[in-house]
Design a protein around this ligand. Structure first.
Ligand code: NOJ
Length: 538
């Protein structure tokens, strides 16, 4: 580990004179089905988002990323798009979108959309045409191959949700590739007309004023379908789901993907001040190339390893050291502890650790992406079998792969349906241990009140939003690190255990998770179980 304390300032990574907004903002992910319903159908919508923007301003986030709201048969809840340039009536209209966007911009909030480029819905008119005949002009917009002589699919690939990655089409007598569900046929970015149409779809939203995209499942943009079978994964266990029983040596991270991202970035950069974020699942070695050798690919390629890192101080510290060390010059980290696909952090780390986790997310170097409800300490909901919605859970029940437990409606109030809707919500309402947002708002000691103070501190202090990072060895079960930007310095102290821990650092307490630490400087800190304290060491 590198200790940068004694380095001359010139050799320390310098904070950029004017960082980009996407480097300093906290990005808040909205899962629109579950954020706020405005028309009483039990499903959230764009007008609902607009009506809750003031809550997000009060929380202090700088940008929202909205998961898909485009027309879709909703087989994968919007990640199966049937029109890239529209709004599904369930979520409202384009006029609702424009209104919501303007309302967000008026409040200083940036708006990032989800772009789903690697597959459309099987109901997309392009696919309807493509499957109509082998000589249809859009045939090659999707990936079609002959069966093997015995009638089996062209290769052994398994889809991400456990079914086959190829679907037979009787009409035209060929298989098409579907990396996820068969209702999500893979788009062929090698076809120049498809590529142009998709880049135009990006322009459609950029012209309307959106501030960027989070690009879905980009690692599958250039599958080498003729390159052969996937080898077995020697480390596979059934709990990983069937897709992980193979190593995706041909479907994921193929060289052509970078060319696709470069085109997306060119389009993004032709508008001022926009951001491109990639859903770049994989190892550190997989993710780093997505910055581009000339920083010309994603501004923010996600590195998801913190989601699977054991919730232990040594493991997390090691994650950060390795991530920081691997980042090339000019690359900015992204930080994720939750999203709509993965068990809630309050369930993974334990409810008692929720504030420590939030502190970690918001005080590391990089852009934090906060999933809706994590600011309330939401844990996983338990979903009765007859209410299961997620196609993944329906396909492989009982493995715990289902994503419904993290997609339940926002519990805004203690009223009917949590103030989310006047109707029964599409997934059951689940209250976090500390209660609804309204209840937490009135309690200065609540998780929500803490989240607001923490984000405010991050906004106020360049050390947190831009500073460099130095780990301080402080013994087992604790993470202690300094953030520093010029003269601005803070020390973050986290106790990941359920026992008290002494840490050999002192200073003036600025923020604490539990008991009032007062404003007077202390010579050294005794952390309570599950406590986080941020000190001003000056
Ligand atoms: C990743 C998205 O986050 C997930 O929700 C979706 O099911 C797949 N991509 C397929 O688009």
């Amino acid at each position: 580990m590198t200790d940068t304390t004694d380095m001359p300032a010139a050799t320390r990574p310098a904070a950029q004179a004017t960082p980009a907004w996407w480097q300093t903002a906290v990005i808040y992910q909205i899962y629109p089905r579950s954020f706020q319903d405005s028309d009483g159908d039990g499903i959230g919508d764009l007008a609902g988002i607009e009506s809750r923007l003031d809550e997000l301003v009060a929380l202090g986030v700088g940008a929202i990323w909205i998961s898909p709201f485009f027309p879709s048969p909703m087989v994968d809840f919007g990640y199966d798009v049937s029109d890239y340039c529209g709004v599904d009536p369930m979520f409202g209209t384009l006029a609702d979108f424009d209104r919501m966007l303007a309302a967000a911009h008026t409040r200083g909030l940036k708006v990032i959309l989800d772009f789903v480029p690697c597959h459309s819905s099987h109901e997309h008119p392009w696919f309807v045409e493509s499957r109509a005949s082998r000589d249809n002009p859009k045939r090659d917009w999707y990936i079609w191959r002959d069966a093997k002589p015995d009638g089996s699919p062209p290769n052994n690939w398994i889809g991400e949700f456990g079914g086959p990655a190829w679907t037979w089409d009787d009409t035209t007598g060929q298989y098409y590739l579907n990396v996820f569900l068969s209702e999500q046929p893979a788009l062929n970015w090698a076809n120049p007309d498809l590529r142009a149409a998709m880049l135009d779809a990006m322009r459609f939203w950029l012209d309307r004023g959106v501030d960027g995209f989070r690009v879905d499942a980009i690692i599958f943009a250039a599958p080498d379908v003729d390159g052969g079978d996937h080898p077995p994964n020697p480390d596979w266990i059934p709990a990983m789901g069937l897709a992980r029983s193979q190593l995706q040596t041909r479907s994921a991270h193929q060289p052509g993907v970078f060319d696709v991202v470069r085109d997306m970035r060119r389009v993004t950069d032709s508008y001022p001040d926009r951001v491109l974020i990639g859903e770049t699942s994989g190892t550190l070695d997989d993710v780093i190339p997505y910055y581009g050798a000339d920083m010309d690919l994603f501004h923010l390629p996600f590195y998801f390893a913190m989601l699977s890192t054991p919730w232990r101080a040594d493991a997390l510290a090691d994650f950060i050291v390795r991530y920081e060390a691997a980042l090339p010059e000019g690359a900015w980290p992204t930080l994720v502890l939750g999203n709509h696909d993965i068990s809630r952090i309050a369930s993974r780390a334990g409810v008692a650790q929720a504030r420590v986790a939030l502190t970690l997310l918001l005080t590391l170097r990089g852009t934090p992406v906060l999933y809706q409800g994590d600011e309330l300490g939401m844990d996983n909901a338990s979903i009765p079998p007859d209410r299961v919605q997620d196609p993944w859970e329906r396909r492989v029940p009982g493995l715990g792969l289902g994503r419904d437990p993290v997609r339940t409606p926002m519990p805004w109030t203690d009223g009917d349906n949590g103030g989310f809707s006047t109707a029964e919500p599409w997934l059951p309402l689940h209250l976090p241990p500390e209660g609804s947002a309204a209840r937490q708002e009135t309690d200065p000691g609540s998780m929500l009140s803490f989240a607001r103070r923490l984000i405010a501190l991050r906004r106020d202090r360049p050390a947190l939003s831009q500073g460099d990072y130095r780990q301080i060895d402080a013994g087992p079960d604790v993470m202690v690190y300094e953030r520093r930007c010029g003269d601005d310095r803070l020390v973050v102290c986290l106790n990941l255990s359920d026992a008290p821990r002494a840490v050999p650092v002192g200073g003036r307490p600025l923020l604490w998770t539990h008991k009032d630490r007062g404003a007077a400087a202390i010579p050294s800190l005794g952390l309570d179980p599950h406590e986080a304290v941020i000190l001003d060491p000056a």
